[in-house]
Write a protein that binds this ligand. Structure first.
Ligand SMILES: C[S@@+](CC[C@H](N)C(=O)[O-])C[C@H]1O[C@@H](n2cnc3c(N)ncnc32)[C@H](O)[C@@H]1O
Length: 202
């Protein structure tokens, strides 16, 4: 299976269904706003796997120089509708099309979990590469290790694939990528599971 192709075409198909389910005002936005408040005006921030531009890209856009990156053209089209002036780029988390040190902060919510697990180290290495030394990282990743797929995600008859590492492995991989992990928090999921929110410094 070409996991990327399944994920990309899946989000192209279900972008509206995902948007209808997404809680734009919950704790993810609180975490992004918490980080945003520590950054100077105009800081360069990457939202990696930005989806339809919420809840992270739009929370950052007010005061910061935000770039949204996503693999799905349809998600980016929706992000463009929401944020007509934002810099939005189609690309892959494991091969970021940005120069070394291009950003002061990288945020990434619920996106690394769609990349094959054996590539998570490469994704975190890319996050570290595009950050300034001392730059801030905020990611939402898995709490429990799991890999699998659903042929009818969100009752859309559309296939989707996930690849999670658990909390401790994520912490290790981020440290191995060169991050100083400054906080690891487990937060409840709207659907009954949990997510791990990690903050760190490059
Ligand atoms: C669950 S959605 C999360 C979107 C948004 N960050 C949010 O919090 O609602 C996952 C997003 O990651 C994107 N994505 C998945 N794999 C990707 C990859 N390899 N490179 C870039 N984006 C990817 C998907 O297209 C999708 O928009």
């Amino acid at each position: 299976m070409d996991q990327r192709a399944v994920v990309r075409s899946g989000y192209d198909e279900i972008a509206s269904a995902y948007a209808a389910e997404r809680d734009e005002e919950g704790c993810d936005r609180d975490h992004v706003e918490g980080l945003a408040s520590t950054l100077g005006d105009g800081s360069r921030v990457l939202d990696a796997g930005c989806g339809a531009g919420t809840p992270a890209t739009d929370a950052l856009a007010a005061r910061h120089d935000v770039t949204g990156l996503d693999i799905s053209r349809e998600q980016l089209r929706k992000a463009r509708e929401r944020l007509p002036g934002a810099r939005l780029v189609q690309g892959d988390l494991a091969h970021l099309p940005f120069r070394d040190g291009a950003f002061d902060a990288v945020v990434s919510f619920h996106a690394v979990i769609h990349v094959p697990r054996e590539e998570h180290a490469a994704v975190f290495a890319e996050f570290e590469r595009v950050l300034q030394p001392g730059g801030h990282l905020l990611v939402a990743v898995g709490s429990e290790a799991w890999a699998g797929e659903n042929d009818d995600w969100l009752d859309t008859d559309t296939r989707m694939v996930w690849s999670f590492y658990g909390r401790e492995r994520n912490r290790e991989l981020l440290a191995d990528a060169g991050f100083e992990v400054t906080s690891v928090e487990t937060v409840p999921d709207e659907l009954g599971g949990t997510w791990t929110i990690v903050r760190g410094r490059a």
